[in-house]
Design a protein around this ligand. Sequence first.
Ligand code: C2E
Ligand code: MG
Ligand code: MG
Length: 428
Amino acid sequence: MLQENESDNPNGFSEELRAGRTVFMEISTIRILILDDDPFIRGLLSRMLFRLKYTRVTAAESGKKALEIVDLPVGAPDLILCDLNMPEMDGVAFVRKLVDRNYKGSLILISGVEDRVLETAERVVLAHGIRFLGRLQKPFDHRALEKLIGKWTPSVNGVIKKSISKIYSPDEVRSGIENRELILYYQPKVELITGRPVGVEALVRWQHPKDGMAFPDQFISVAEENDLMDELTRLVLTEALGQARQWNDQGLFLKMSVNVSMDNLKSLDFPDFVAGQTAAAGLAPEQLILEVTETRLMQNSLSSLEILTRLRLKGFSLSIDDFGTGNSTFSQLRDIPFTELKVDRGFVHGACCGNPTLMAIYYASLDLARQLGMDLVAEGVEDRDDWDFLRQTGCRMAQGYFIARPMPVENLAGWLRQWNLQRQDLGD
Ligand code: C2E
Ligand code: MG
Ligand code: MG
C-alpha cells in the first residue's frame, strides 16, 4: 500500500497547530516524495516537512512503490528525499531508474552510512545530471532539512537551466571555425607566495553571429567527434602564441598555457607544427605549456606517448589538467614527462572546506607533484579561504575566479594594474 500523505497524521502536527494557533507562514506547493524503508524516518520526515509548511508530501517504503508514484499521470514529484540503504532496490539503483524516466525534479540523499559512500552516490547523481540539493546524514534535525529544501528552485520548463545552453551541430561548428569566429579569453595564473602573475591559460570562446558568446562545453566535444580538433587547436595555438609575443614586446613575460585534445596527439606532425609556430612567433619553447585533460589520458596510445615525449624533448612544458577526475596511473605519470599538475577545482574547494576525502586527494596530489618534480597548480580558487588554505599547504600556483575570471585580451592590462595594487594584502 502506498503511504499517501503521512503528514496528515495528527501526531505530526506542530505544537502551534495542535494548540489551534494560526501560523502565518506561506504553505508550499512543492510536491515532495519521501523514499525510506524505515517507517520511523518516514514519519519523522513527514512531521518535519509539515512543520516547515510543506504539505504536499507522499511517502513510499520501497523503490518500486516510489516509481509507481513517479509514474502517476499527475507527473513526477518536484523533489525526492531518497534513502540510500534499502533492501531490494537501493538508492543508487533507484536514481538509475529516475534517469531512465528523464526525471527533471530535484533530489536529496539521506543516509546513515559513512560519508564516503554518500559521496560516491552523490557523484552518481551529479553524473546523471539530476538536480542535487545535498545530503542529509542521519541523525538530522529540521534545520538541516530546511536549509537543503531552501535550495529548491523550479526547473525551467522541466529542464535544468544549465542544460538548455545549445549544443551546436558539426556543420555549425565547422563553419564557425572556417569563418574565424573563435576568439580567445585569457585567465591569469599567479604564484601563491608572492601573488606574482606567472602565466595565462588561453580558453576558447565562440563569438556566434546570432547567439552571442558560446562556451567550450557547447562545441569542443562536437569538434572532437567530427575531426575538427586539428583545425581548432591550430587556430588557438597560432593566436595564443602571437599574443604572447605581443606581450613580450611590451615587456610582459607570461607563460602561455594552451589546452590540447587527445585528437591532436594522434597527428604525428603535431610536435613539428607546434615547434614551427613557436619559432615563427619568435618565442622560446619554454614559454608554452600544453595542457592535456586527465580523463582523456585514459585513451593513451603509443602515438600520444610518442608525441608528448617529442614535445617535451623540444622544450615545451606539459601539464596534466583536471587532475583527480580521471584514472591516470602511476605508470602514465612515470612514462609521460609532465612538468605541471593542475588539481581539479572540486578537490581544491572541497579540501579547503575540510572534507576529509577531498583533502586526502588534494594532499596526495601535492605530494605526488613534489616527488615527481612537477609544478602544482590549484584550479578553481574561488574565495579568500581557498587562497589562504593553498598558501598554507605550500601549493605553488593558483588559478580561479578569486584571482580573475577568463577575460578578453584588452582587459588584461587593467586587471594587472588592479591585481598588483591589491596583492600585498593577500600575504600573511
Ligand atoms: P580547463 O582547461 O580545466 O579550464 C578551466 C575551466 O574552468 C574554464 O572553463 C574556466 O573558465 C573555468 N574556471 C576557471 N576558474 C574557475 C573558478 O574559480 N570556478 C569555476 N567554477 N570555474 C573556473 P571554460 O573556459 O568553460 O573551459 C572549459 C574546458 O574546455 C577547459 O577546462 C578545457 O578542457 C576546454 N577548453 C577550453 N578551451 C579549449 C581549447 O582551446 N582547446 C581544447 N582542446 N579545449 C579547450
Ligand atoms: Mg586547461
Ligand atoms: Mg582544468
